[in-house]
Design a protein around this ligand. Structure first.
Ligand code: XLS
Ligand code: NI
Ligand code: NI
Length: 436
């Protein structure tokens, strides 16, 4: 039992008029939206790393947070950290959590010792999960913090690092499987390069493709039913990351024949770093049939860093959940807060308030998105815009036997003079704002 969050009551739904900073005003887990409850739609998860591992450092300064389990370099402190984490999960009543191996246990002197410690912590989690704790949305391996990964994980020029990664991912997949995790995530923070002058691009991509193929094979070997998810990000920490964005990853998956095996975990902040909107990345994944899960944390629009802030824009959340719902909703995926406090937000209460605010914003976004879809307010004009394609002659142009010169001859015979039609963007934006 942790006393870190003592005196903070379990958060409950009090409705939009509540002024209680530690109550939900919009997230009402049991409220039905269509055929699912809000909790079933959103499938919230809290991440271990930013909340319980990160010490508040920035590039110019060190630790600002003081947590009783820091520096968590012994197994006793790792257990104290787990006690606090599960206490926070209980207060927030979140159905899921996520972790890296590195978040939950101190690294051992050997690989075997590290794995043993991870398994001990998994035992500890298993008991807490069985006693009413949250389920595991996804597990993952940290193959970016330690200096051994500075030149890459599976893309490292040193084959021993590749082998080390195989052992690390295997152990994390085993633990994820044992804890009934619903997904396994790979984020390749070091899978990229700093300078082409020392980089063999062709080898690195081959290594990464083989590694991912073996991860998929291992998933089937152990009977893991969850999804393998890749989390795209264009840069930071590496200058050029191979998993740049959804479309780039799709091309990579196609090349290695993995497009039916791997889905996307899309993070809002990473979309922004790639020069996209979040909804673009979500729509692209939906279109390509590889939508999986989301990391619901935004970036600062001015700084250009992956600042991992909690969501606070109802209209951004509405457009994001619009795409999630249009994709058919989450299957194995969910809404993970890969979000962290600002480094001046020192208190236990800040951790709770941040999540409550983020969950409320997502709930508002979901409600708006659901109404927009129910009312057909956006889809009707979208269908109307493409209505010309519904007639047989238009469809014939897309049939396999259509040819460029055949269509050209027809266009000339009909003496076509197409007339531009308004895209009506402002009217559509006004429609969205009616629902937000
Ligand atoms: C970093 C990533 C990372 C992944 C998990 O930018 O978002 O936190 O979600 O490794
Ligand atoms: Ni991130
Ligand atoms: Ni993330």
């Amino acid at each position: 039992m942790s006393t870190y969050f003592q005196n903070i009551p379990a958060a409950t739904y009090e409705g939009p008029d509540s002024t209680n900073p530690l109550a939900f005003r919009h997230y009402n887990p049991d409220m039905m939206l269509g055929d699912k409850t809000m909790a079933e739609h959103l499938r919230f998860a809290v991440c271990y790393w930013h909340n319980f591992v990160w010490e508040g450092n920035d590039p110019f300064g060190g630790q600002t947070f003081e947590r009783p389990w820091f520096p968590a370099d012994t197994m006793d402190l790792a257990r104290a950290k787990a006690d606090a984490a599960f206490e926070m999960f209980r207060i927030l009543n979140v159905p899921y959590f996520c972790f890296h191996d590195h978040d939950v246990r101190p690294e051992g002197d050997t690989l075997a010792e590290s794995h043993k410690r991870l398994n001990e912590m998994a035992d500890y989690f298993e008991a807490k999960m069985a006693a009413g704790g949250p389920k595991l949305l996804w597990g993952t391996a940290n193959m970016f913090s330690n200096r051994r990964y500075m030149s890459g994980a599976s893309t490292n020029p040193d084959p021993d690092v590749f082998a080390y990664c195989a052992s690390t991912v295997k152990s994390c997949m085993d633990v994820t499987h044992r804890l009934n995790g619903e997904n396994y995530v790979l984020w390749g923070g070091r899978e990229g390069y700093e300078t082409l002058l020392n980089t063999d691009l062709s080898r690195e991509l081959e290594q990464m493709g083989r590694f991912l193929s073996m991860v998929v094979e291992y998933k089937h070997k152990i009977g893991f039913k969850g999804a393998i998810l890749i989390e795209p990000k264009p840069q930071e920490p590496t200058k050029h990351q191979y998993d740049f964005d959804v479309a780039t990853v799709y091309g990579f998956l196609k090349r290695f024949g993995l497009e039916d095996e791997v889905q996307m975990n899309i993070e809002q902040g990473h979309a922004i770093l790639a020069g996209h909107s979040f909804e673009h990345e979500l729509a692209m994944a939906r279109t390509l049939g590889i939508f999986g899960s989301i990391d619901m944390n935004r970036n600062d629009y001015q700084s250009g860093w992956d600042t991992d802030q909690f969501p606070n824009s109802p209209s951004e959340a509405a457009l994001a959940y619009y795409e999630v719902l249009m994709a058919g909703g989450f299957k194995t995926g969910g809404t993970n807060f890969d979000a962290k406090l600002r480094r001046q937000s020192l208190d236990a209460e800040d951790l709770i308030a941040a999540h409550i605010g983020g969950m409320d914003i997502c709930a508002r976004g979901l409600i708006s998105a659901h109404k927009m879809i129910e009312s057909d307010a956006l889809e009707a004009p979208r269908r109307a815009r493409y209505a010309g394609w519904n007639n047989a002659a238009a469809q014939a142009m897309l049939a396999p036997d259509a040819t460029l010169d055949g269509i050209a001859a027809d266009a000339e015979a009909r003496n076509l003079t197409p007339q531009p039609v308004s895209g009506a963007q402002e009217k559509l934006e006004n429609i969205v704002n009616r629902f937000v």
